[in-house]
Each structure stands twice: as C-alpha cells, then as structure tokens.
Design a protein. Structure first.
Length: 113
C-alpha cells in the first residue's frame, strides 16, 4: 500500500495513494496508524483524496485508528473524501464519529474544533 507521510505544522498527514481501501490493504493502514501513534505522533490526518472505494474492512481500519488515537490522548481526522467514500460514511453513520474536513489545509486551520 502506498502511504505518503508529510508533516503540516503539528499534524502528521497520511495520504493514501490507493484507489481502494479494502480487505487487501486495510491491515497495512491500521498498522501504519498504530506505528505513528506509538512513536508519539498523536495528531493524524488521513487524506483520502485518492480513495474512490472503501469497504467494511477499510472503515474498520479507520475506526480502529480513531479509537487508538483517543487511547493515546490524540486525535485522528479525515480529509478530502471522494463522494462515493463520503456516502459510505453517511450510510454507516460514521460521519457522526469522525471529524471530516474538505481539505487537509482546513484541519490545520480548524482542527481543534
């Protein structure tokens, strides 16, 4: 799985470079999120701008990351969801769990809200 990691102020941005987030690669994302939390990166943005499809495994990996971030007294937010992916979050009502931003830059300017 391609995950580009950048730092934007005090946020670590994990940009998923895959069109699909599903059973084939969701464990890798889950592991990557956990590694960052374990090394002290407690403010994570998951950039989903390239992801066009997400299944229950992908949603589960993100939810696991969200819960683990909370356990580390951190915060994990999502940014730049494609319409089909956003509709999955609405369908599963996970849009009520996650803070979702239209752009990564919006997190930096409003991520404490």
């Amino acid at each position: 799985m391609q995950i580009d990691v950048t730092k934007l102020q005090d946020w670590v941005v994990l940009r998923i470079g895959e069109a699909r987030l599903d059973a084939h690669n969701s464990n890798e994302l889950k592991d990557t999120i956990q590694k960052h939390l374990d090394k002290g990166d407690t403010r994570l943005v998951i950039d989903l701008s390239q992801v066009r499809f997400i299944d229950s495994s992908g949603l589960g990996a993100l939810l696991s990351g969200y819960k683990n971030a909370n356990l580390h007294q951190g915060k994990m937010v999502l940014a730049q969801l494609q319409p089909r992916v956003e509709s999955m979050f609405e369908l599963t009502r996970l849009n009520r769990v996650f803070d979702i931003f239209p752009a990564v830059e919006d997190v930096v300017h409003g991520g404490d809200a």
